[in-house]
Design a protein around this ligand. Structure first.
Ligand code: THU
Length: 132
């Protein structure tokens, strides 16, 4: 399983995006430590704050399938605007916090940047994250 498979799963998931308000489709695919792939799209709501991002959608699917021990090995995110063009877009703060919950220091995150894909880690996206 590699990045290319995850990227194509993210693109497939993006096709199911429910985004009538922003017209911005997002797809995410994750590889878990157990070796399984899950994907998700953004699901918007007329009460805007209830919108669920693609990354969180994919992660809750993984937990539902694998249980509370689910760990993220890799996350790939993609997007299309209303013209079907992909643009720079890094995971939002809520999704970074959500990813950190199931990540270790090696969990890779790939998202579209200004000059092609950016490959980073969950930890770099949210350094010094909240713990108690
Ligand atoms: N969105 C995601 O799915 N993931 C992110 O990390 C950033 C934003 C979605 C939420 C909303 O449906 C649309 O993008 C525009 O904000």
């Amino acid at each position: 399983m590699d990045n290319i498979d995850l990227a194509s799963e993210a693109v497939k998931a993006m096709a199911n995006s429910y985004s009538p308000y922003s017209q911005f489709k997002v797809g995410a695919a994750i590889l878990t430590e157990a070796g399984n792939i899950y994907s998700g799209c953004n699901v918007e709501n007329i009460s805007f704050g209830l919108t669920i991002c693609a990354e969180r959608n994919a992660i809750v699917q993984a937990v539902a399938a694998e249980g509370p021990g689910m760990k993220l090995k890799e996350v790939v995110v993609t997007n299309h605007n209303e013209e079907g063009v992909s643009g720079a877009c890094s995971p939002c703060g809520a999704c970074r916090q959500f990813m950190i919950e199931f990540s270790d220091q090696d969990t890779k995150v790939t998202y579209p940047g200004e000059n092609g894909n950016v490959e980073t880690t969950a930890e770099k996206l949210l350094p010094n994250s909240f713990r108690f």
